[in-house]
Design a protein around this ligand. Structure first.
Ligand code: GLA
Length: 425
C-alpha cells in the first residue's frame, strides 16, 4: 500500500514510529540472536544450485521444484546415512510459491507443484526425523519474482511457524534502500522469535549491504544464525576459487564475526554434481570445514557417485566443521600458489589445510614447519598428525621443531588434523 493522502500518510508515520519503538525496546540488551539455534553450523540440503527455478513439472517431473522432490530427498537423507552423520535440514529455496497471496494475505505454495501444502510436507519431513527449511525475501519480490515479504513480515513468520517450518532463508532482492533492507532483516528476526517456534534464521543481509558500505557484523550476528556475504555459488572451480579468495581477503572482518549461534555462509556444497574434479570436491569439503561453514548440499542425492557420497559423509571432516569451539579458520600464509589454512579446534587440536592453487603441472610437495602453525602452539611440545583428506592416513608422532611433508594435486587439498600429545620420544 502506498500512503499518499494526508491522514493516511500520518497513520503511516505513527505506525512506523511505534514499530521503531518496538524494535528498539526489543533489541536493547540482546547481543546475540537469542534463539539457542545453530550452535554448530547448520547441516542439510538446499535445492537452489542443482534445481534452480525449474517449475516445469510436465516436461521435467523428476527435477522440478515440487513436494515430490523434497519428499524423495527426505527419504534418502533418512535412509542412506545422511541423517546419521548430521545432515538434518531439507530446505526449499525460491520458486515454491503461488504467484499471489491468498485471501488472508498469507503466502501459499504453488497448488500444482505442492498439492498437499507445506504443512503436509513438514509433517512428512518431521516423520523422517528431519527438519524443513523454506525461503522468502525481505523486499517486494523474491529474486525469481514471487511475492516478497515486505509489509508482511509478521504474517509470514506466523505462517511459517503454523506450517511447522524449522529454518527460513531470507533473501534480499527488490529492496528500495539499505535502511529498508536492514529494518526488514531485523523485523523478520523478531517476528520469527515472537512465534515461539525454533526457526533457524539464514540471512543474505551482508551480501546486499557490501555494494553500499561495509556491513556491521556485530549487528548482523544479533539477528541472524548465518549470513551470506558473497555472490551465488556455481558448479565450477572458478566459483569455489573466487569464494575462497574473497573470504581470505576479508578474513579480518569475517573470522571474528563467527561463533556458536552465528556463522559466515560461503553458500552451498556443490559436491556430487558436474563441474568439479575429484580434487576440487576435496578442496570444497576441506575448506568448508576450515571455514566453519553451514554444510548445505545442493546436489541430487538420488544419483550421486559413491566417491562424492563418501566425501560428504566423512565423519572426521564433518567433526572439524562441527567443532564445538566454533572458531572459524583462516588463511595463514600463501607461498608460490600454495595456501596454508588453519583452524583451532577444541581440546587444543588444530586442522590445517594445504591447498595447491597451481593449475599447471602435477602434484607438488610442500613441507610445513610445525612450529609455524597455531602461533607455535599447534604441535607443542609434540603432536599426532592424521591426514584426513584426500585419503585418511595416520602420519604419526611429531615434535614441534620438526617438519611434515605433504604432496598436493593441482586444485586439490591435503587436510591434516594435529592433536597435541604431552608424551615425547
Ligand atoms: C539469490 C540467492 C540464491 C538463491 C536465488 C533464488 O540469488 O543468493 O542463493 O536463493 O536468489 O532466486
Amino acid at each position: 500500500m502506498r500512503l499518499t493522502s494526508g491522514p493516511l500518510r500520518r497513520l503511516g508515520c505513527v505506525l512506523a514510529l511505534s514499530f521503531r519503538a518496538l524494535v528498539l525496546r526489543e533489541i536493547s540488551g540482546a547481543w546475540a540472536l537469542d534463539n539457542g539455534l545453530a550452535m554448530t553450523p547448520t547441516m542439510g540440503w538446499l535445492h537452489w544450485e542443482r534445481f534452480m527455478c525449474n517449475t516445469d513439472c510436465e516436461e521435467d517431473p523428476d527435477s522440478c521444484v515440487s513436494e515430490k522432490l523434497f519428499m524423495q530427498m527426505a527419504d534418502i537423507m533418512a535412509s542412506e546415512g545422511w541423517k546419521e552423520v548430521g545432515y538434518e535440514y531439507i530446505c526449499i529455496d525460491d520458486c515454491w510459491m503461488a504467484p499471489q497471496r491468498d485471501s488472508k494475505h498469507r503466502l501459499q505454495a504453488d497448488p500444482k507443484r505442492f498439492p498437499s501444502g507445506i504443512r503436509h510436507l513438514s509433517n512428512y519431513v518431521h516423520s523422517k526425523g528431519l527438519k524443513l527449511g523454506i525461503y522468502a525475501d525481505v523486499g517486494e519480490k523474491t529474486c525469481a519474482g514471487y511475492p516478497g515479504s515486505l509489509g508482511h513480515y509478521n504474517i509470514d513468520a506466523e505462517t511459517f511457524a503454523d506450517w511447522g517450518v524449522d529454518l527460513l532463508k531470507f533473501d534480499g532482492c527488490y529492496c528500495d534502500s539499505v535502511e529498508e533492507l536492514a529494518n526488514g532483516y531485523k523485523h523478520m528476526s523478531l517476528a520469527l522469535n515472537k512465534t515461539g517456534r525454533s526457526i533457524v534464521y539464514s540471512c543474505e543481509w551482508p551480501l546486499y549491504m557490501w555494494p553500499f558500505h561495509k556491513p556491521n557484523y556485530t549487528e548482523i550476528r544479533r539477528y541472524c544464525n548465518h549470513w551470506r556475504n558473497f555472490g551465488d555459488i556455481y558448479d565450477s572451480w572458478q566459483s569455489i576459487k573466487t569464494i575462497l579468495a574473497w573470504t581470505s581477503a576479508n578474513q579480518q572482518t569475517l573470522v571474528r564475526a563467527a561463533g556458536p549461534g552465528g556463522w559466515n555462509d560461503p553458500d552451498m556444497l556443490v559436491i556430487g554434481n558436474f563441474g568439479l574434479s575429484w580434487d576440487q570436491q576435496v578442496t570444497q569439503m576441506a575448506l568448508w570445514a576450515i571455514m566453519a561453514a553451514p554444510l548445505l548440499m545442493s546436489n541430487d542425492l538420488r544419483q550421486i557417485s559413491s566417491q562424492a557420497k563418501t566425501l560428504l559423509q566423512d565423519k572426521d571432516v564433518i567433526a572439524i566443521n562441527q567443532d564445538p569451539l566454533g572458531k572459524q579458520g583462516y588463511l595463514l600464509r600463501k607461498e608460490d600458489s600454495i595456501e596454508i589454512w588453519e583452524r583451532p579446534l577444541s581440546n587444543l587440536a588444530w586442522a590445517v589445510a594445504v591447498v595447491n592453487l597451481q593449475e599447471i603441472g602435477g602434484p607438488r610437495s610442500y613441507t610445513i614447519s610445525l612450529a609455524s602453525l597455531g602461533q607455535g602452539m599447534a604441535c607443542n611440545p609434540a603432536c599426532h598428525i592424521t591426514e584426513l583428506l584426500p585419503v585418511k592416513t595416520k602420519l604419526g608422532f611429531y615434535e614441534w621443531t620438526s617438519y611434515v611433508k605433504t604432496r598436493i594435486n593441482p586444485t586439490g587439498t591435503v587436510l591434516l588434523q594435529l592433536q597435541i600429545s604431552q608424551t615425547t620420544f
